[in-house]
Design a protein around this ligand. Structure first.
Ligand SMILES: *[C@@H]1O[C@H](CO)[C@@H](O)[C@H](O)[C@H]1NC(C)=O
Ligand SMILES: *[C@@H]1O[C@H](CO)[C@@H](O)[C@H](O)[C@H]1NC(C)=O
Ligand SMILES: *[C@@H]1O[C@H](CO)[C@@H](O)[C@H](O)[C@H]1NC(C)=O
Ligand SMILES: *[C@@H]1O[C@H](CO)[C@@H](O)[C@H](O)[C@H]1NC(C)=O
Ligand SMILES: *[C@@H]1O[C@H](CO)[C@@H](O)[C@H](O)[C@H]1NC(C)=O
Length: 368
C-alpha cells in the first residue's frame, strides 16, 4: 500500500501560533506550542485488527480516509546562532503508546533535566515534538478505527514535507532536512511510513528508539490495558471504547527499581494518554522489509523488558545483523544498546546516555 499521491499540502499554510506554555524556554532555547492542520488522503484497512495495518492488503480490504487533522506540537529552537549545518535541520519527535509530546520534555520542574528537547537545543538542534492524531491536544477522531498506523504514518510524512516547504513560525525558514526520532509505537509508525514510501520518504534519517523489527518470542503483552473511558472516566468518559490506555506502566521501566525515580513513574501515570486499540493489534507492521535509502539508527535499552527480553540484546553484533536484514537499502545502519536503560529510554537515571547517542546520530545524519 502506498500513500495516495493525491495528498495535498494546501491546508497546511494556515497554521497558527498559540501561546508559550512551555517550561524549557530559557537562556539557550525558545519554545512555543503550535497547531498544524495536516491533510491526509490515505488508504487504511477496513478491518483495524489487520496485523499488517494494510501493508499486505488488496484494494478491496482498504478504505479511503480523506481528512484534515489538527496536529499539536511544541517547537524548540536555539536562541543563539548555530552552524548553518545545524540551522538547516529539524528533529521531528514522535512519542509512543499512551505518551504525548511531553515524553520528550516532561512538564514538571523536578524532571526538567529529562528534557531531550532542551538537551538537543543546548547543542544547537531544533525540534518539533508532536502529539499523534488521536492523542493529547491533537485531533481525536470520534471513531478510533480511523486512527491506525497508516493514518499517523501519513500524518508525520505530510508534516515532514510541510516543514521543508513552509515556514513553521514567523521568521523561521523552512528546513532542508527533517530527521525523525521515534519512541516505541512512534518508531513503528515511522517504520510503517518508510515501508509504504521507500525512496519517496521525506525523512533524511530515522533514529528509532525502543523498537526492534525482530521481536523476542516472549514479548510480554502490556499489562493493565483497557478502554480509556473505563480507566479514567473523569478524563475519557464518552470516548469510543477502542481508545485504550494502560494502568500499569512497570514494563516501560527497568525491572531494577533503583534505575529510575519512583516519582517519575507516578508522574508518568498522571500524564498518560490514550492510543487506538489497533496499535496493539497491528504488531506485524514492522515485520516487512523497508526499502528506505537514507541513514537509520536504532537505540534500545539493555533493560527493555519487552524488546530485550530473552537476552536478545546481549550480542549487539548479532542484533545489528538481524535488524539490518529489514533495512537492506539503508545508507548506514546502526544498532546501539544503551546499557542500563529501560524501554522508556528518556525517563530513567540513564537518560543522558541515550540523549548523547541521539544527538550524535542527528549530527552525523545532518552532515551527509
Ligand atoms: C483481497 O483480500 C481479501 C481479504 O484479505 C480476500 O478475501 C480477497 O480474496 C482478496 N481479493 C483479491 C482479488 O485478491
Ligand atoms: C478530500 O478532502 C479535501 C479537503 O477536505 C476536499 O477538498 C476533497 O474534495 C476531498 N476529496 C474527495 C474525493 O472527497
Ligand atoms: C467506525 O468506522 C468504521 C469504518 O467506517 C465503521 O465500520 C464502524 O461502524 C464505525 N464505528 C462507529 C462506532 O461508528
Ligand atoms: C504490573 O505489571 C507487572 C508486570 O506484568 C506485574 O508484575 C505487576 O504485578 C503489575 N502491577 C500491578 C499493580 O498490577
Ligand atoms: C536529573 O537529575 C537527577 C538528580 O540530580 C539525576 O538523578 C538524574 O539522573 C538526572 N537525569 C538526567 C536525565 O540527567
Amino acid at each position: 500500500m502506498a500513500p495516495s499521491p493525491r495528498a495535498k499540502l494546501g491546508a497546511l499554510a494556515a497554521l497558527f501560533h498559540l501561546w508559550n506554555i512551555y517550561v524549557a524556554s530559557g537562556q539557550f532555547c525558545g519554545c512555543s506550542s503550535l497547531v498544524v492542520p495536516v491533510h491526509v488522503d490515505v488508504l487504511i484497512p477496513k478491518d483495524p485488527t489487520d496485523p499488517f495495518g494494510g501493508l499486505n492488503s488488496n484494494a478491496s480490504s482498504l478504505r479511503r480516509l480523506n481528512e484534515t487533522y489538527d496536529v499539536f506540537g511544541v517547537f524548540c529552537q536555539p536562541n543563539t546562532p548555530v552552524s548553518p549545518e545545524k540551522a538547516d535541520v529539524i528533529q521531528l519527535l514522535v512519542h509512543g503508546f499512551t505518551y504525548t509530546s511531553q515524553y520528550w520534555s516532561p512538564l514538571t520542574e523536578e524532571f526538567r533535566n529529562y528534557s531531550y528537547t532542551e538537551f538537543a537545543c543546548n547543542r544547537g538542534l531544533s525540534s518539533l515534538a508532536i502529539d499523534l492524531v488521536g492523542v493529547g491536544l491533537s485531533s481525536r477522531p470520534a471513531n478510533a478505527s480511523d486512527v491506525q498506523f497508516a493514518t499517523n504514518a501519513a500524518v508525520v510524512s505530510q508534516l515532514a514535507r510541510h516543514l521543508k516547504i513552509v515556514s513553521t513560525i514567523a521568521g523561521v525558514q523552512p528546513f532542508k532536512k527533517v530527521i525523525a526520532i521515534g519512541h516505541s509505537a512512534g518508531s513503528a509508525t515511522l517504520t510503517f511510513g518508510a515501508i509504504a514510501e521507500g525512496a519517496h520518504s521525506p525523512f533524511d534519517g530515522f533514529i528509532l528508539t525502543g523498537n526492534l523489527n525482530i521481536q523476542p518470542g516472549t514479548l510480554p503483552g502490556l499489562p493493565g490495558v483497557m478502554s480509556a473511558r473505563d480507566d479514567t472516566p473523569l478524563r475519557w468518559n464518552g470516548l469510543d471504547p477502542n481508545y485504550i490506555t494502560t494502568n500499569n506502566r512497570s514494563l516501560f521501566y527497568p525491572a531494577n527499581p533503583n534505575s529510575f525515580s519512583p516519582r517519575m513513574m507516578i508522574f508518568d501515570a498522571f500524564t498518560k494518554d490514550v492510543g487506538p486499540l489497533s496499535s496493539q493489534l497491528q504488531g506485524s507492521v514492522t515485520s516487512l522489509p523497508v526499502h528506505y535509502p537514507g541513514p537509520v539508527a536504532k537505540v534500545v535499552g539493555s533493560e527493555d523488558q519487552g524488546f530485550c527480553a530473552a537476552s536478545n540484546c546481549v550480542d549487539v553484533v548479532a542484533l545489528n545483523a538481524a535488524e539490518h536484514l529489514f533495512w537492506p537499502d539503508a545508507r548506514s545502519f546502526d544498532v546501539v544498546v544503551a546499557q542500563g536503560s529501560g524501554h522508556d529510554l528518556n525517563l530513567d537515571f540513564f537518560a543522558k546516555g541515550p540523549f548523547n547517542t541521539f544527538v550524535g546520530f542527528v549530527e552525523q545524519f545532518a552532515a551527509l
